[in-house]
Design a protein around this ligand. Structure first.
Ligand code: HEC
Ligand code: HEC
Length: 323
């Protein structure tokens, strides 16, 4: 596996990994749970592996950073060929719950299908692996830990290494990106002291002004709305570019607001720097500045520190998880 920027470290970690035997308690699990555990471990290694890009320079984690809630902190990120990124990188907290994926395409409904977009996509080129499926299988197959993990994760497929199993493993890891322990969650579960009074006033305002779209446990209705003020960018008309319907122009999927305070900049184009500006950028949103301030306090209470620092979701520098 290729650690982006520091491949040597990955090699050392791998050697250490092969020497250690940490898998003892996994063998006690029932077969399906063992398979799922192996898929998550494999998907995590793949998520952090530069070998998923043509020149080894880019992993999923190059753009999706844990301490930003798996968003990025930049307006957009160029692909391996230097082609500019088209959109802001969204966070991945609870992404397994989304009904459709990406900012503006209602037809991408599974994580398995979505993973092909950055790997093989050409609009724009991100990881540049189109037509390189055999090369990918060859690279991953060279790695003894991967060979064992693919066998543990996909026994019915005889551990086959290819896009179908790679994308299923990535999806299993992504479904483990669960964030449900922000102060606002603890407040919602009845701990009245979990968030400051200001944020509590913000929570009440949020219910009135925001929750129609930022609905449910992840603060999204998974629907597409045209909310951004200002002239639309003719190069990105959101859902309208996919459906070619006038009424879908400039509609984007309501983003989840989990960990939003650490995921600036905002909106599909990443053109909005702060939470206050993000609130003001909604069409027809006229709030007093004290109302904006309490709303921002509430949005800040959606940061789940344990999710941002959970070592189980970080770069896998421990021993190989295969049995
Ligand atoms: C070059 C930066 C970049 C890389 C590398 C990258 N992504 Fe992304 N990712 C993005 C951007 C930008 C979007 C939004 C795309 C859009 O809306 O059209 C996105 C969207 C997503 C989404 C949809 C999230 C949602 O809420 O709808 C998932 C899931 C995802 N990426 C997973 C991955 C995986 C898995 C990999 C590695 C195989 C990966 N990404 C590699 C930039 C990147
Ligand atoms: C009509 C539906 C709707 C309502 C009501 C609404 N939003 Fe949004 N919100 C959206 C959509 C859609 C976007 C993304 C728009 C885009 O990228 O063009 C968004 C973007 C955001 C963002 C940026 C998040 C990110 O990751 O880029 C924040 C923050 C936000 N909204 C907060 C709020 C708050 C706070 C309220 C209430 C004061 C509110 N929204 C009301 C639909 C809505």
């Amino acid at each position: 596996m290729r650690r982006v920027a520091t491949p040597l470290l990955a090699a050392v970690a791998l050697v250490l990994g092969l020497a250690a035997a940490q898998a003892v308690d996994r063998r006690a699990l029932p077969p399906n749970a063992r398979k799922e555990t192996a898929r998550i471990a494999l998907g995590r290694r793949l998520f952090y592996d530069g070998d998923l890009s043509i020149d080894g320079s880019m992993a999923c984690s190059t753009c999706h950073l844990q301490h930003h809630g798996f968003a990025e902190g930049q307006r957009s990120h160029p692909g391996v060929t230097g082609e500019a990124g088209r959109r802001n990188v969204p966070g991945l907290a609870n992404v397994g719950e989304r009904r459709s994926l990406t900012w503006g395409d209602g037809s991408i409904r599974t994580l398995e299908a979505q993973a092909l977009v950055p790997m093989l996509g050409t609009h724009p080129v991100e990881m540049g692996m189109k037509g390189q499926e055999a090369e990918l299988a060859r690279r991953l197959g060279r790695n003894a830990c991967y060979a064992r993990l693919f066998r543990a994760a996909f026994p019915q497929e005889q551990g086959a290494i290819g896009l179908p199993t790679v994308t299923r493993a990535l999806a299993a890891f992504e479904r483990s990106l669960v964030s449900r322990d922000a102060p606002a969650d603890r407040f919602a579960r009845g701990d009245a002291s979990a968030i400051p009074a200001e944020a509590q006033r913000g929570a009440a305002l949020f219910r009135g002004h925001c929750a129609s779209c930022h609905a449910g446990p992840d603060f999204t209705d998974d629907r597409f709305h045209a909310v951004a003020t200002g002239a639309p960018d003719p190069r990105d008309r959101g859902l309208g570019d996919v459906t070619a319907k006038t009424r879908d122009q400039d509609r984007f999927r309501t983003p989840s607001l989990r960990n939003v305070a650490v995921a600036a900049p905002y909106f599909h184009d990443g053109a909005t720097e702060t939470l206050t500006e993000a609130i003001r950028r909604h069409k027809g949103m006229t709030l007093r500045s004290d109302e904006e301030a309490v709303l921002v306090a509430y949005l800040e209470a959606l940061t789940d520190k344990s999710f941002l620092t959970d070592p189980k979701l970080a770069y896998p520098d421990g021993p190989c998880e295969a049995d």
